[in-house]
Design a protein around this ligand. Structure first.
Ligand code: MV4
Length: 587
């Protein structure tokens, strides 16, 4: 059994792994960035080492520093959590080359499943089909039309090297094929650097169901239970549950066996998840996640299996502590992700800040996997997941009622959270009736009446002033209110001149700011610069995009508000920026 485990992560998953280690008598080593010096995971670990740096790229993704801390701490195992290095083969190899155990799958399995095309081919070879479609890359729109005529409309054009739905285009008739094919390819090229696309039948109202599997080094590979993750928004999961509602036992058995086939096909070891789309009694392979997932607790609550403890056992060379036949599933579990986002008017704007009060709910069947306590700060530099509330009941209605009670009991102040939106989802008859699909939150649920939770008391921070800003998100223009620290209030914000000077059309969607702006182009919200689209000396028109900002989990085009010549570029791709920061200066 491993003796000392370094957790190469932060937040709630780091806390989760530390707890499992402590219950197993394994020493724990935490790592922390400058901002996380006093974080909960640091407070709970036996030892803690500074990574230095603030942004993830400087700290939790700094391979060299982590490898050095592994050496200095004498850790004999590393748990990557999820995100960060959890699916990075170079990181896994660098660790195992040093004789230290990577608590996860073999690098080869990560590689096969990390690429959508190879994972589809591997699954197909194992007898597990994806949605009917082509495995060859498309050459021109005529092939799209031929496929649609043969398999029926609508169809989906997908980026072979894409993910998260980006680059996906739905084509409803031959007339739409050419334009859809071109835009899918150009978005794929822009987003992923590769424009290869393929085509599938489009499932109009699918459920997103994933199967938890775990395999040891003694030839045992089992499926544990499925999770329904259909309550999503822009490919971000909000609520997950197990078992999947209205899911026949024979489908569960067939999906479980299919997931095991896929795992065995790539020589999988440790915990993993095989994702499927489910519609009209049929399921189709979507992709495999070669890591422990955020939503693993719902599986633990219905099976009684501690998946992290099993991961550590498997990594230590021990067999699974259970067999396929010994697994018994009981009751119903629901997980709600509590994010530091303001769901008001359905906008889900990031809401980092100091948590003045955090008192999680408790009681029968109520679990809180949190990464923060009262007095901690949610930073704009990391994922804004505060924690997960997981509730168990002997049946789904009870689990829903318990989750609603717990959400209403939850006390969290100082930041806005997604709790009001979670309550709206759980109260909705479509959710209770399990008639929702992956499109329901965005296409059907009406969140306009939803407001942020208890008053966000932000007394300590610098007073903020409201700025009206027009931003472009995925090609669509939004008018948003941003609250920037008073000291930055004078900054001119891209796409919106000084609030006072800007006549706003009713219903938002204002035009770019006054041409007479200072020429300092700034960003309206915190985020990370993805790419710079101009050069020093280049002439730009008013409204031209000068850079792309990743924020709110999407790419936002930051536009010049006046024509001129680029005089100064103050940022580079990968830089983190805060609301109001100047990124480009135009003369
Ligand atoms: C689909 C689909 C319907 N039909 N493929 C979106 C992200 C990517 N992982 C696959 N996705 C989808 N592929 C066909 N042929 C619907 C989706 C989809 C989706 C899938 C899973 C979870 C959430 C989703 C949200 C929107 C669309």
């Amino acid at each position: 059994m491993l003796k000392k485990i370094l957790i190469a992560n932060r937040g709630e998953i780091a806390v989760r792994v530390i707890r499992a280690c402590q219950e197993m008598g394994i020493a724990t080593v935490a790592v922390y960035s400058d901002l996380d010096r006093d974080a909960l995971h640091v407070r709970l670990a036996d030892e803690a080492y500074a990574l230095g740096g603030t942004a993830a790229s400087e700290s939790y993704l700094n391979t060299e520093v982590i490898l050095d801390i592994i050496e200095r701490s004498g850790a004999d195992g590393v748990h990557p959590g999820y995100g960060f290095f959890s699916e990075n083969t170079d990181f896994a190899r660098a660790i195992t080359e040093r004789g230290v155990t990577f608590i996860g799958p073999p690098p080869g399995a990560i590689e096969v499943m990390g690429d959508k095309v190879s994972s589809r081919i591997a699954a197909q070879a194992a007898g597990v089909s994806g949605v009917p479609g082509t495995t060859e890359f498309l050459n021109d729109a005529s092939e799209v039309i031929a496929f649609g005529e043969e398999f029926g409309w609508p169809i989906a054009i997908k980026a072979a090297y894409g993910g998260g739905g980006r680059g996906m285009r739905v084509v409803r008739s031959a007339a739409e094929a050419a334009e859809a094919f071109d835009s899918a390819r150009s978005e794929a090229l822009k987003g992923f650097g590769r424009d290869e696309c393929y085509v599938e039948r489009y499932l109009t109202w699918p459920r997103h169901i994933e199967m938890q599997i775990i395999a040891d080094t003694h030839g045992n590979c089992v499926w544990v239970a499925e999770r329904d993750c259909s309550a999503q928004r822009r490919h971000q999961k909000l609520i997950e549950e197990s078992p999947a509602p209205s899911f026949p036992a024979e489908i569960r058995q067939a999906m479980g066996e299919a997931a095991v086939k896929v795992a065995k096909a790539c020589g999988y070891v440790n915990a993993g998840t095989v994702e499927f789309l489910y519609q009209d009694g049929e399921f189709y392979f979507l992709e495999m996640n070669t890591r422990l997932q955020v939503e693993h607790p719902v599986t633990e609550m219905v099976s009684g299996i501690d998946l992290v403890a099993e991961q550590i056992r498997v990594a230590s060379g021990l067999p699974l502590s259970f067999t396929q036949d010994s697994i018994t599933l009981s009751g119903h579990a629901i997980e709600v992700r509590i994010n530091a986002e303001n769901p008001a008017e359905g906008k889900f704007l990031p809401s980092p800040g100091d948590i003045s009060t955090l008192v999680p709910p408790a009681g029968f069947g109520t679990r809180w996997d949190g990464g923060y306590e009262s007095g901690d700060t949610v930073s704009q530099y990391y994922d804004n997941l505060v924690g997960k509330l997981i509730c168990w009941g002997e049946d789904r209605p009870t689990a829903i009622a318990r989750t609603l009670r717990a959400l209403r009991e939850f006390r969290i102040e100082g930041i806005a959270t997604t709790i009001p939106a979670d309550i709206a989802i759980l109260e909705h008859p479509d959710f209770a009736g399990a008639t929702h699909s992956t499109k329901w939150v965005e296409d059907t649920l009406d969140l306009t009446g939803v407001t942020a939770g208890p008053a966000v008391s932000d007394a300590d921070a610098e007073p903020k002033v409201q700025r009206d800003v027009d931003v472009e998100v995925n090609g669509k223009r939004f008018s948003v209110k941003v609250f920037v620290p008073q000291s930055q209030a004078g900054a001119v914000v891209a796409g919106a001149g000084p609030a006072a000077a800007k006549p706003r059309r009713s219903g938002g969607g204002g035009t770019a700011g006054a041409a007479g702006g200072s020429g300092a182009v700034t960003v309206p919200m915190q985020g990370t610069i993805v790419k710079i689209l101009v050069e020093i000396g280049q002439s730009v028109e008013a409204g031209a995009t000068v850079c792309v900002l990743e924020a709110m989990k999407m790419e936002n085009n930051i536009a010049a508000e006046k024509a001129g010549t680029v005089k100064e570029i103050k940022v580079a791709a990968g830089d983190s920026v805060g609301a109001g920061d100047v990124v480009v200066v135009i003369e």
